[in-house]
Design a binder for this molecule. Structure first.
Ligand code: MTE
Ligand code: MO
Length: 445
């Protein structure tokens, strides 16, 4: 067997070799030199120790004592709130210049290519604002419950935080995630193709408990309207069944601390399995009603255009989907040999039951390892071994969930949904590897 088969390549580019916004602009302007630039920049940092080597090679990095072994370290609490290593400074949320037009109405994507496990660090949780974010003063924030309830009520944050709480891990995905790909626009990296996805532990009070306190009329009141306190007047209708299941939370906590301002501090709705737009941030009002409201954010946005010109309204559940995050677009395999293919799978309908991976564009499939924990309506991490023979390859993952639903290919998706959609693209993602090791985004029907 070729000795290279046991060499571990470094798939993840060094931070300085992450794509810059200029690179992205170059891609959008149709210039293709960004990969070459990335390759040139990569050579020194990445071609260095690519694998475990014999000690007799005399690697100076193990033979010489570095400053951190021979001097006093930093004092405790020099960062009262801890920060990532400066060597990780390239791993940040990024905006797509093509999508951000007016100041606040924008999206910043999670760098999925650099994440491990299932939890998104709070500072890297994606952001989607219809009119910018605010750092809301919690002492001035209120939640009102009205409509088909016995007692219209107003809660302070103190009132809410006294109530019995639960903590649950769930993914949140914007309905527009992977939206560019409908038009076969191959955005360069997984950050831009799938980065409107994050997964966190949320803490809060089940909305059902709050509605019970207010004497909600569950017989007539089959819908709720959730309203945010920002200037976008974000309002969404949510079916009462979801609330009655106990899954919908009025949340103040994320990953063990209060929500970050960008993610709705001090209060947001958590609607597990449902598209991000329903997870109303800076939550200020819940109305109980007997029919959907057809507000602007549901009558003209976040609906699916079908091939026959009709549209589906209130598509809410994010169907089963997966993506390989390493290796992925913009990364470079340094050498043939062993690689750990790693990715994320999720379903708005429950647990992921299986992920299959193909390295030949969908001809052969092998089952990937699902890492624990595998939680309902949360991201599941999968891994699978791969020995790259140095020849062109196409990497794909295909997830299935506990309802038996299998993630579709682009051919299947377009047959059902046409080509004019923006939202709810859960097709199988393909990454092409060429002989030079460059990985790029391609579509396979
Ligand atoms: N009040 C309010 N809530 C909102 C939004 C908003 O602009 N205002 N954006 C929605 C959309 S479209 C998405 S995808 C999610 C994004 O949540 P995040 O910014 O925490 O990732 O919040 C939703 N809730
Ligand atoms: Mo969204």
């Amino acid at each position: 067997m070729d000795k290279n088969e046991f060499r571990l390549g470094r798939v993840r580019p060094a931070p300085e070799n992450f794509l810059t916004d200029e690179d992205i602009q170059a891609v959008q302007a149709g210039r293709r030199d960004f990969l070459r630039k990335a390759l040139l920049g990569a050579s020194a940092a990445m071609l260095a120790p690519a694998a475990a080597r014999a000690a007799s090679d005399g690697d100076p990095a193990i033979l010489n004592l570095p400053p951190w072994s021979t001097s006093l370290g930093m004092p405790v609490a020099s960062h009262p709130y801890g920060l990532p290593s400066k060597y990780e400074r390239g791993l940040v949320r990024r905006e797509s210049p093509g999508l951000t037009r007016v100041g606040g109405s924008s999206v910043a994507f999670t760098p999925l290519q650099g994440l491990f496990g299932i939890i998104t660090p709070s500072g890297l949780h994606f952001e989607r604002h219809h009119q910018g974010w605010h750092d809301v003063d919690p002492s001035a924030h209120r939640l009102m419950i009205n409509g088909l309830v016995k007692t219209n009520s107003v809660f302070t944050m103190d009132d809410i935080m006294r109530l019995p709480s639960v903590s649950r891990v769930h993914f949140i995905e914007c309905g527009a995630n992977t939206g560019m790909e409908w038009g076969n626009v191959a955005v360069p990296t997984v950050q831009y193709s799938h980065g409107m996805l994050s997964c966190s532990e949320f803490t809060g009070v089940p909305l059902k408990a709050i509605l019970d306190m207010c004497g909600a009329d569950y017989r007539k009141g089959r819908f709720i309207l959730a309203e945010g306190a920002d200037g976008s007047s974000m309002t969404r209708t949510i079916p009462m069944e979801l609330v009655e299941s106990g899954e919908v939370l009025v949340a103040y906590g994320m990953n063990g601390e209060m929500l970050r301002p960008e993610n709705g501090y001090p209060l947001r709705l958590v609607v597990p399995g449902v598209q991000g737009v329903s997870w109303v941030k800076w939550l200020r009002r819940i109305e109980v009603g007997d029919k959907p409201w057809a507000t602007k954010d549901e009558a003209v946005h976040y609906m699916d255009l079908l091939p026959d010109g009709q549209h589906r309204q209130y598509t809410s559940v994010q169907e089963c989907k997966s993506v390989i995050t390493t290796p992925s677009g913009g990364q470079i395999l340094l050498d043939k040999g062993f690689y750990n293919i790693s990715g994320m799978a999720w379903s708005g309908r429950g647990k992921v039951s299986r992920v299959d991976v193909s390295t030949d564009g969908g001809i052969n499939w092998r089952p990937a390892r699902l890492e624990t924990p595998v939680l309902s309506k949360a991201v599941t991490r999968f891994n699978i071994d791969w020995v790259w023979d140095g020849k062109p390859a196409i990497l794909q993952s295909r997830a299935a969930d506990e309802t038996g639903f299998v993630q579709p290919g682009y051919g299947q998706l377009r047959a059902a949904r046409g080509t004019k959609s923006i939202y709810h693209n859960n097709a199988i993602q393909s990454w092409k590897v060429v002989e030079s090791g460059e990985v790029s985004n391609v579509q396979v029907l």
